[in-house]
Design a protein around this ligand. Structure first.
Ligand SMILES: [Zn+2]
Length: 314
């Protein structure tokens, strides 16, 4: 008996001395904020028609079916997409059922992908840039879809002020072309030489950890410096990091490892559809990050959700 209790004491000493560092490590891990993760799809590249020539209902329905298929897949993992578009607004208002309204009503995120401002010296300048961007928001809202964010607005003009004046709170997917609005002497030779958003299209800031930190920008000439008030910039993480043979979640793991206590971290993937996505690749992506969602290290968000989360803590 005496011998047994002695063994127990030794055992419990061993256990407590072993478990002490683990407990400290777990406590530290709990202090790390989650990484907010999401996925935007730019709905563009399908010629569904225009106001003058009318809209192609057959094409609209085929496009809608594909979109709903992706949405169903994402929602089966409780990881809804954010859909951003300009050229699907009018056809959606024109035909039943309204695909954008359907997506909004099921809880997917909706934003405007303006594709505006990319032509330097375009007629109308800043005024027309602002007016066209505002019209897209108002057209969406006329369908019953509230809009808070816009993408595809990088310009030599003041795109930050244009977005604010057009009634947006945030923009997503800042790329190197956005640097064209800085004073010329602050632009690198490569940026000065860049003539269209399609050429200098790499994400900016493109590296972790900068890429993980949203901030507010006061105007187009100072946007690389965070400000107290202004347009919220959410940066882009590039396309889905998966191939047909697997999912390389190295970037997500790098982002998780770069988290710091008390700081907001978000990562948003972007795909242009346009080109279709492989459903197996999407499934692999969702399944690869499922364990991080279960552990609480990743919180999945749509862009409108992310905007509210950010505003609550900034
Ligand atoms: Zn685009």
């Amino acid at each position: 008996m005496k011998h047994i209790s002695f063994t127990l004491i030794i055992l419990s000493l061993l256990i407590s001395s072993c478990s002490l560092p683990t407990a400290v490590a777990e406590e530290n891990a709990e202090e790390l904020p989650p990484l907010y993760l999401g996925f935007s799809i730019h709905l563009e590249g399908w010629k569904v028609g225009n106001e003058k020539l009318g809209y192609d209902q057959d094409l609209y329905e085929r496009y809608s079916d594909l979109i709903l298929g992706y949405s169903n897949l994402a929602n089966s993992y409780a990881m809804p997409f954010t859909w951003e578009t300009a050229n699907l607004i009018a056809p959606s208002a024109n035909f039943e059922p309204n695909i954008l309204l359907q997506l909004y009503q099921r809880g997917d995120g909706i934003g405007v992908h303006a594709d505006l401002g990319g032509k330097s010296n375009a007629p109308g300048g800043q005024k027309k840039f602002t007016r066209d961007m505002k019209k897209m928001r108002l057209d969406m809202e006329a369908m019953g879809i509230p809009i808070s964010h816009v993408s595809g607005i990088c310009s030599t003009m003041d795109w930050v002020t244009a977005a604010l004046d057009a009634g947006y709170e945030a923009t997503t997917g800042t790329v190197e072309y956005c640097l064209k609005s800085l004073p010329l002497d602050e632009q690198s030779a490569a940026i000065r030489a860049c003539e269209s958003p399609a050429t200098c299209h790499d994400a900016f800031p493109g590296e972790i950890p900068d890429l993980l930190h949203p901030y507010r920008a006061a105007d187009g000439s100072t946007w690389t410096t965070p400000a107290n008030e202004g347009l919220i910039l959410f940066h882009a993480a590039g396309d889905i990091p998966c191939t047909a043979t697997g999912c390389d979640i190295q970037m997500i793991e790098e982002a998780l490892a770069a988290r710091e206590p008390g700081i907001f971290h978000s990562l948003f993937f972007i795909h242009s559809f346009g080109s279709p996505m492989d459903e197996e690749i999407l499934r692999t992506f969702y399944e690869s990050i499922q364990p991080y969602i279960e552990s609480g290290d990743i919180v999945w968000q749509t862009m409108p959700q992310l905007l509210e989360t950010y505003k609550a803590v900034e």
